[in-house]
Design a protein around this ligand. Sequence first.
Ligand code: URA
Length: 233
Amino acid sequence: MEIRLNKFLAECGVASRRKSDEFILQGRVTVNGKTVKDKGLKVNLTKDVVTVDGEKIKPQKKVYFLLNKPKGFVTTTKDEKNRPTVTELIKTNAKIFPVGRLDVNTTGALILTNDGDFYDKLLHPRNNVVRKYTATLDKPLDPKDAEKLLKGVYLKGKKGKFLNLIFPSKKSRKIVEVHTNEGMYHFVKRMFETVGYRVKKLNRNSIGPFTVENIPVGTYRKLTPQEVDQIKN
Ligand code: URA
């Protein structure tokens, strides 16, 4: 069976399809000993020999974990400052990577997998996956500012808005549950900053259907085949 090179790399757990495209354009990928720069090239799953940075790529068994990320862990596979990474928290021999990013001090729902195709499906803006966060602010959120965040504010020329804001505590408007389908970097913190608030604590309660409600911080569970299918199909 023949599939596109970027899909092959994503399926083998090298990276997402978009990231795999970058590897191809950077000349890091060879097929049968020749460097290729054609993202659309088709490869034969059983016959062609593909390498990335000189390492032979083979299809791997796909694994999927839902982690309740603790504070202090970075969501990259390596850190130049030698801080602990989220992959260190998961016991597996598979080469997994986080699906999207959370700031080092953000806690909560994070999926890790070696399936680049799953990554693309979950994070593609077209799929409008809803993320739910609980933010603790430096001061109570004024109803007028809440209104602005729901209507939309400009972040460096790009409009961003929250889908919903809920106040779980009757006593304090400092604690806010935020619903958004934006995956932009530092999105929640930047949105609040725009209207004059600092986010002191941030937890992602869920991403799409995956919630960490019953997963203690620092621990994880595997996704079920049904949960994986729900995203992939
Ligand atoms: N928005 C943020 O500001 N930080 C995160 O970690 C996630 C969303």
